[in-house]
Design a protein around this ligand. Sequence first.
Ligand code: PEP
Ligand code: MN
Length: 348
Amino acid sequence: MMIIPKASKLDSKQIKEIEKIVSEFDCNILEIQGHNQCVYAILGDETHALMFKRIAGLSYIRKVDAIESPYKLMDRRSALSDHQVQVGISTVGKDSPFIIGGPCTIDPNEPSLYIDTAHALKEAGVNALRGGVWKPRTNPYSYQGDNKAIEIIIQAREETGLPIDVEVMDSEQLTIAMEAQVDILQVGTRNALNYSLLKEIGKLSAGTGSGVLLKRGRHVASPNEFIAAAEYLVAEGNPNVMLCPRGTTPALDGYRNHPDESITPLLKNRTWAPVVVDPSHSVGHAEYVLACSLSAIAYGADGLCIESHIDPARGIGDDPKQAITPKRMKELIASCREIWAHRYQVKD
Ligand code: PEP
Ligand code: MN
């Protein structure tokens, strides 16, 4: 159940009064700060009719929502439905596609490759920089990441003014990323259904303004399962969630994964959260990234997360095979904007 006050937020006296009521029913409340409106989730066994009535009767309460949904907060009908995700100066999905770009992996031994890529991508028009500091590698003997790389991406943020996106896989990495005030915490496909990690991220990032880019589980998380995973983040207090389809397994012969940008409208019909598609891991080859990106925007995506490197052959991780150059990124952004503009002209 969700409590929605008449004002944009409850004052401390009102919170105390509600806490007193819910505690009689062994429940707690959690404040969730939306862009315009705070909502208060009731945690615990929230089905008591008397509790519902007493809260709904308070003069400063607009309504108590009891929508039937497996994801009450992420649901399109929830009180957060007008929540907009803000990253740096961008409102995701507002005026143009929100583009995250950067190498798969930051090479700690070649910082200038990352920094030069960041500048070139800023010039190309991206809205945020990505870069793997710690990497989930299928092969345990492949490069696993290095704490030093966080310094490099922080330097890139300082020099370009662009927000940064970094994947975290455990509490230790999360702590380092939070200390660095990473703007977007990325949850990769391998951890997409790791509920303990999702809860921890939601809790620690609540109220910090950080966004979370949640990839879709590659083992074909259904749209509902995907949205429910995001619900864990929001229910712990961080509504700045972006859903990221990135291809599923089994792969389509010839692509790295089975491209899934086509689920975008299904997600957008069910939830208010922006959809930021990752074409790079989906198709897995630089030459197909443009087509997948255009398709994602045509399907209604709010943004894209694309691997890009100034010199892909010198990159590590996925970069040699799937990163596009900043020059191609610039062309891609222009083409995506054309589709985007057209999308809003279509009338029935
Ligand atoms: C990545 O973004 O480099 C990555 C590892 O992505 P995914 O979790 O989608 O494989
Ligand atoms: Mn990658």
